[in-house]
Design a protein around this ligand. Sequence first.
Ligand code: UDP
Ligand code: MG
Length: 311
Amino acid sequence: MKLSLVVPCYNEQDNVELFYEECVKAFAGKGFDYEFVFVNDGSKDETLSRLKKLYNEKTESNITVVSFSRNFGKESAIYAGLKNCVGDYVSLIDADLQQRPEVVLEMLDILETEPEYDCVAAYQDKRKESSIMTGFKTGFYKVINMLSEVELHADASDFRTFKRNVAEAILQMSEYHRFSKGIFSWIGFNTKFIPYEVQERNAGETKWGFRKLVKYALSGISAFSTKPLSIATYIGGLATFASIVYLIVVIIQRIFFNQAFSGYATIVTLILFFGGLQLFCIGIIGSYLAKTYIQSKGRPVYIAKEILSRR
Ligand code: UDP
Ligand code: MG
């Protein structure tokens, strides 16, 4: 098998069939064999039955359908897709046709003609979203690149095609809290970034609201950096230092200038300030602890209820 298309699907009932048709059209006559690995991520609509229909009707195509017992998230769906694919090259592509299968051909071509590359990642040429969103995303990448040891390409999506050894490397990263942009960077390999034009979603709506994106971004930071923990230490150290300086000032003023400090407001403000600071730092520590706790349980990244495959 030359190429595996790993397709995470969550409530994509009106997209999966068209997606299939578009891929078949794009790859027709190219002379290589390919497979579809659809991962139904606990969809609440008709996605699974449409996928089953494809599986039963399009027997000429290589189709695998992995269906989760509930919604585990796109990251888990990608992991399951990688586990269940066999291609020499693997493409991660969304089901909503925002990413054109023709771009996959372009990626494949690069991997074959430029053997120094192991992975080709597409980045959005022009972002089709509000400037506020773009601003937040740019800010996020600045922060995470400052904090973490891995370097993230600002616009790169997880629309990418890579060689089998890259897929195996990702599978070795079986951590529970998955952040694929970080994982791609962490495993290394040579990646070429190519621009692509993101299309309008064919049907349905995006699952990434602003709140979900913020949560994802924060979990991405803690997944690939422990710097927030040391920042907490620095803030604590700085506050202690400042309070010692302040104490010395107070003592000097009392002894040498006979000035007593009164100031109810100052005390209340300081108590609130340091109380808040402490809770903030404990919160940071807590978020790492929570991740360690969940990871220590060794829970699986996903649970498949059903796998349809002719292999
Ligand atoms: N997706 C998924 N599980 C989720 C959310 C999304 O498998 O919990 C899939 C979704 O079906 C789509 C891809 O991930 O194929 C990208 O999602 P979406 O189009 O909502 O994101 P956007 O393109 O807006 O960033
Ligand atoms: Mg989309």
